[in-house]
Design a binder for this molecule. Structure first.
Ligand code: PGA
Length: 253
């Protein structure tokens, strides 16, 4: 049985004071009741250390939103796996569509980052998903299969277990337009089948596949009930303790 996982992607939100406020509110809610769900928050780099301190002794795990593929070097503005590890970061979001679109990240670059993250014992939350145009042209399955294959190129059977996949249809991110549970399940089961072809069915059945794209307290339960949806990567709705906590609760049943 795969344990449900809910991760919050804070994106470029929350300064220092707001970080303290959001985490304190969330911990207060979790203190009253903590469901059997794995929980992570991925704040911006500026809040990583503070968040790490605040979530100590809580069930919340720490993730980052990005990293460079090199261990160190002259890459102004970038952060490495080694640096994240030194702040006890456990997860790192890689291949998010905003990185692919605005920062022109390629499948090859994302693949290098995934391998580097694993080398430093960070668990990648590997995002993939089709655009609206690709969906409307019937290319969804080709696109996600290609992203999956290229992203995992050279990753061993042993290491792939450390990866969490996040299916995030680009047309659903931040748009309020969620994939229906059936639409998402269809892609999730396709991805799991591809994982079993690339590796084997035992590994494929262990890998968590999250759904991301306008998940809210109102639609979370129906999405998480699908057999191949193992939780969610939450953007907008994780910025308020109450809605994030409601989504966490929805992952438990
Ligand atoms: P959203 O973002 O929940 O605001 O749609 C999800 C994501 O980008 O990870």
């Amino acid at each position: 049985m795969r344990k449900k996982f809910v991760a919050g992607n804070w994106k470029m939100y929350k300064d220092k004071t707001e970080t303290v406020q959001l985490i304190s509110e969330l911990i207060e809610k979790l203190n009253s009741y903590t469901p059997e769900v794995e929980i992570a928050i991925c704040p911006p780099f500026t809040s990583i250390e503070l968040a790490g301190e605040l979530i100590k002794n809580s069930p919340i795990k720490l993730g980052a939103q990005n990293m460079h593929s090199e261990i160190e070097g002259a890459f102004t503005g970038e952060v490495s796996a080694k640096m994240l590890k030194s702040f006890n970061v456990e997860y790192v979001i890689l291949g998010h569509s905003e990185r692919r679109t605005y920062f022109k990240e390629t499948d090859e670059f994302i693949n290098q980052k995934i391998k580097r993250a694993i080398e430093f014992d960070l668990k990648p939350i590997f995002c993939l998903g089709e655009t609206l145009e690709e969906r409307e042209n019937g290319k969804t399955f080709d696109v996600v299969e290609n992203q999956l294959r290229l992203g995992l190129n050279g990753v061993s059977r042993l290491d792939v277990e450390k990866i969490v996949i996040a299916y995030e249809p680009v047309w659903a991110i931040g748009t309020g337009r969620t994939a229906t549970p059936e639409q998402a399940q269809e892609v999730h089961s396709f991805l799991r089948e591809k994982l079993s072809k690339l590796f084997d069915s035992e590994i494929a059945s262990k890998i968590k596949i999250l759904y991301g794209g306008s998940v809210k307290p109102e639609n979370a339960r129906d999405l998480f009930k699908q057999p191949d949806i193992d939780g969610g990567l939450i953007g907008g709705a994780c910025l308020k303790a109450d809605s994030f906590y409601q989504i966490i609760l929805a992952a438990q049943f």
